[in-house]
Design a protein around this ligand. Sequence first.
Ligand code: CTP
Ligand code: CA
Length: 223
Amino acid sequence: ENDILSKLPLHDKKVLITAGPTHEAIDPVRFIGNHSSGKMGAALAVQAAEMGAQVHLIMGPSSVIVEHSSIQRIDVTSARDMYDAVHKIVSQMDIAIFSAAVADYRPKDVATNKIKKKEDTLHIELIKNPDILASVGALKNKPFLVGFALETNDELNHAFAKAEKKNTDLLVLNSMRDKGAGFKKDTNKITLITKEKEVIPFELKSKVEVAKDIVNEIVKRIK
Ligand code: CTP
Ligand code: CA
């Protein structure tokens, strides 16, 4: 084997990454979505690939372009599509990073035809989507698991609860309070929460730099 490649920290690792938003159909022409751009997940994929990993990037609807010979991109639309794509390959993965902004709910019924405008109010009943990260956290042979958490208030307590509930090895807390952070932006301010409830704060940085920080912390913790 090539000596230089085998020295890369993730050279023998398979990494799954979820990224982007999900779209949940209302009717043939409409959906419920969110403002996630997929940039954070794309940056993580490139960083892991640069460090030698074989990356499987499971991406919701996003215009982000990712070019790397070690990244295999799997495009999905809805939360349930993403769930299926994850469970198809997760048993072969060493590391799984869940950066997707998955819709928590979807319309209970999808109208066959375009819904016509009628009354002044329209009610669409929603039903909960499966929690993909929690479902992987519950697996007996789970990969090293990294989750994200977006909180607006009582951030640390909510994040501790999420880490515990979803069984993450690392949880990336995204602060929405910071003006430079979040959806659509090119920068992010994160705090990492380890399995041992250690809190590691980081400065506001570009998403590419944030991806490096996250992947470096993963490398430190896997054998
Ligand atoms: N996640 C997931 N599947 C879902 C919802 C969330 O895999 N159906 C993952 C996200 O990709 C993220 C983590 O779970 O890594 C936390 O997502 P977040 O929306 O912050 O948490 P929720 O558990 O959905 O709780 P809430 O939105 O009520 O804060
Ligand atoms: Ca959510």
